[in-house]
Design a protein around this ligand. Structure first.
Ligand code: PEP
Ligand code: MG
Length: 748
């Protein structure tokens, strides 16, 4: 056949497929007709469609040429046989001698041993394999590149039809993927349980017309949309200006793709085979996604992901779909996105019940915000954006890091019981919220809360926190597109102090670097950002921002009390230098005639083991210390707090770690230095109990943790807990956790 002839044949076949789709026929009948049409058009004896029955089982759903009795009976697991291989790898298998292939699996019920040649093409949509389309012939031949391409185009149309539910008929076995319930396992980034309905941050474009009649018109539509896309990218580049180099770089890549002749030519080729412009975009996007999953090189993956974004834009231009599709956000939205920026997340704010991200990371900005807003969050939830549809029922288990999409009733009921139990516990906590945390042996523990946004402040009252033990000022910087002005910061800090109504607020100066990179600051490419140029190191090397922030804090205090804390101080000298900046700022305010704080406390976070060994003079000089357990623990055990593989490997209640904490307590007692603990562990009841027992009498935590921690402290005896810790150490235990758990069980 000449190339033109192939195109005409392909268009004819696609037209016939479209007619089948438009017909009144039921799902199974449609599939039967399709296999018949393809076999006829390609001149093969067999054409079969296999679709996923569940996550790893493929089922023969229709066939022309194999035994009809095998339909809905023949199944194979992912990776099994040639069909399973196509599904697993997402790429075609084309062989003249199928039985000789290593993966070949003989299935007597189909009678297929008579067929020698085999061509299997994945039926995939946006990189997700939905099934496999197979043609087979008796004669031993390799299918030509044109035939493979033709079948790919057909597979694309079948994928779209599957997506649209074209095969959902009375045949239950042909379950549509998006109607099945699935459990997607990810990583817990913010605990809590939530039930609600899916709200896609960027809803997928639905292609309702994969087949088009008039290739000339479709090519024109494609060209017009590409022109608009180029215009959009140019405008974005203009807006980005010259300062934001990273952003510019991404946009330059966009521009390169938008002008890529190869990309456009491939889409034109798809159109000439009978696909509509949008189906052609999707076909190329799908293939790029499959490639993206295979490449190990992070840079290349990024570029492919840029192409993915660009394809989405092009699809939106072609279909006019997007967030403006008229879909209404459900009353109980669970946000589903590949990734989301902190600013966008803040715009949704507390309306969200839960968040599930396909990418993201525990330490991403979105996670920081979700944590601040106490919204359950799961990250690394593979395939969630392709599986979920707007309005789907979903359960988010932020404790286990699992999302149940379209759950069946038994799962939903068990989940609701869990939520009800948590709500009941919250009620109990609320009844003790104004009680001081005094243990059975009369020890008083001060419970403060961590905050970072204005939105956190109402929790001061509802949680019963005695103040803000850690105000992470970087959140205000992270959620903006440009550096906030001093006046803005000062107004915000003043509002924080006002809402705290006289309770102590410990403002931590900017803790950026490591995972917290400001979008408007030049990113430094460091091999080990957690050990790199971050927090007070940045503040001292480039003091402009630190000075501006100190001034904003002094003005916000407006003659009232003020507490300032420096993050990540690793040696005495850093504290001295930072403190000198405060003194200078005060001098300046004095000269300007501004009121000075009525009392000023300046302290440091102890987040590196080195500071625990600082000279005694440091402990004498520093106003107060707060242990940043998250960082201290990662450096103590040399285990990255963001790395899932090692994050939980070392227990906070490990006797060695408790040992360094005890030493810090002792040194602070000797110098009368107030000490607190503000890492995440302070909010875990068992950990909090042990911290209090070794002498940490001020704990700062997420507001939601105050109730559970206080409730345990009220019924505990710190003296007894301290004895158990000492005993565990004597007997050489690795962690005191088992002993404390036993003690709690016995005393309950
Ligand atoms: C810590 O390291 O424990 C801490 C409280 O600071 P952050 O989590 O913001 O690094
Ligand atoms: Mg820290």
């Amino acid at each position: 056949m000449t190339p033109d002839r192939f195109e005409t044949e392909s268009r004819k076949l696609l037209r016939r497929l479209r007619d089948v789709m438009a017909s009144e026929a039921a799902g199974q009948a449609r599939l039967d007709m399709i296999t018949h049409l393809i076999a006829d058009s390609m001149g093969t004896e067999v054409c079969s469609v296999y679709l996923f029955r569940d996550e790893d089982t493929l089922e023969l759903c229709a066939t022309e040429g194999l035994k009809p009795e095998a339909v809905h009976k023949t199944r194979m697991r992912l990776g099994e046989g040639l069909v399973g291989r196509v599904a697993r790898t997402g790429s075609a298998v084309n062989t003249p001698n199928a039985p000789a292939e290593p993966n070949f699996r003989y299935m007597p019920e189909t009678g297929e041993e008579r067929y020698s040649s085999f061509l299997g093409i994945p039926i995939q949509r946006l990189g997700q394999v939905l099934g496999v389309l197979v043609v087979q012939s008796r004669d031993a031949r390799t299918y030509s590149a044109d035939e493979v391409y033709g079948l790919e185009v057909v597979a694309m149309v079948i994928a779209e039809m599957t997506e649209l539910g074209a095969f959902v008929g009375e045949e239950k076995a042909l379950a549509r993927l998006h109607q099945q319930s699935v459990m997607i396992k990810g990583t817990a980034a913010q605990e809590g349980a939530a039930e609600g309905h899916v709200w896609l941050h960027e809803p997928r474009v639905v292609v309702t017309n994969p087949v088009a009649e008039d290739p000339t018109r479709e090519t024109e539509r494609l060209h017009t949309a590409v022109e608009r896309l180029r215009g959009d990218v140019d405008r974005m580049l203009e807006m980005a200006g010259t300062t934001d180099k990273d952003h510019r770089q991404v946009l330059e890549t966009y521009r390169m793709f938008a002008n890529s002749k190869g990309w456009i030519r491939r889409m034109e080729g798809d159109i000439s085979r009978g696909l509509s412009a949008e189906a052609a975009v999707e076909k190329e996007q799908s293939e790029a996604r499959t490639r993206m999953m295979r490449v190990a090189d992070a840079y290349l993956r990024e570029r492919l992901s840029d192409l993915d974004d660009l394809s989405n834009r092009l699809l939106r231009l072609l279909t006019g779909q997007g967030q403006a599709t008229g879909a209404e956000m459900p009353g109980d939205p669970i946000l589903i996105a590949r990734n989301i920026g902190p600013g966008e997340l803040l715009e949704y704010g507390r309306t969200l019940r839960g968040i599930v991200l396909e990418d993201g990371s525990v330490g991403s900005h979105a996670a920081v915000i979700a944590r601040a807003l106490a919204i359950p969050l799961i990250v690394h939830a593979e395939r969630i954006t392709t599986e979920a549809l707007n309005g789907d029922h979903i359960l988010v288990d932020g404790d286990r890091g699992a999302a149940h999409l379209r759950p069946d009733e038994t799962v939903a009921t068990a989940f609701r019981d869990k939520i009800a139990m948590q709500a009941q516990a919250q009620k109990r906590y609320s009844s003790i919220r104004h009680e001081p945390a005094v243990t059975r042996d009369g020890q008083r523990v001060t419970l403060m809360m961590n905050a970072g946004l204005m939105a956190d402040l109402p929790s001061l009252d509802s949680s019963g926190a005695e103040g803000v033990g850690l105000f992470r000022t970087e959140l205000q910087f992270l959620v903006r597109n440009q550096m906030p002005r001093r006046s803005e910061l000062s107004a915000l800090y003043a509002r924080v102090l006002e809402s705290a109504g006289g309770k102590r607020v410990v403002f931590r100066t900017l803790d950026i670097g490591s995972d917290k990179v400001l979008p408007y600051m030049k990113a430094t490419d460091e091999p080990n950002p957690a050990l790199g140029w971050r927090a007070i190191r940045v503040g001292l090397d480039k003091p402009g921002v630190l000075r501006m922030q100190l001034q904003a804090l002094l003005r916000a205090a407006a003659g009232g009390p003020l507490t300032i804390m420096f993050p990540f101080v690793a040696q005495f000298e850093e504290y001295r230098a930072a403190k000198a900046e405060v003194d200078k700022a005060i001098e300046r305010e004095k000269i300007l005639g501004h009121p000075l704080p009525s009392s000023l406390e300046v302290g440091a976070m102890l987040e590196t083991p080195s500071l625990a060994f600082a000279p005694q003079k440091f402990f004498d000089e520093v106003g107060f210390l707060s242990i940043g357990g998250n960082d201290l623990k990662q450096f103590f055990f040399a285990a990255d707090r963001e790395n899932e593989r090692v994050r939980r490997r070392y227990d906070t209640l490990n006797v060695s770690f408790l040992g360094i904490l005890e030493q810090i307590v002792r040194r602070c007692e000797e110098s009368d230095t107030p000490l607190s603990f503000c890492g995440e562990d302070a909010g875990r009841p068992l950990e909090a109990l042990c911290l209090a027992a070794i002498g940490l009498r001020t704990l700062s935590m997420r507001p939601a943790s105050i109730g559970p921690v206080k409730s345990l402290l009220l019924r505990s005896d710190l003296g007894q807990v301290a004895d158990i810790i000492a005993e565990a150490r004597e007997t050489g235990e690795q962690s005191v956790r088992p002993a404390i758990l036993k003690y709690l069980r016995d005393t309950d």
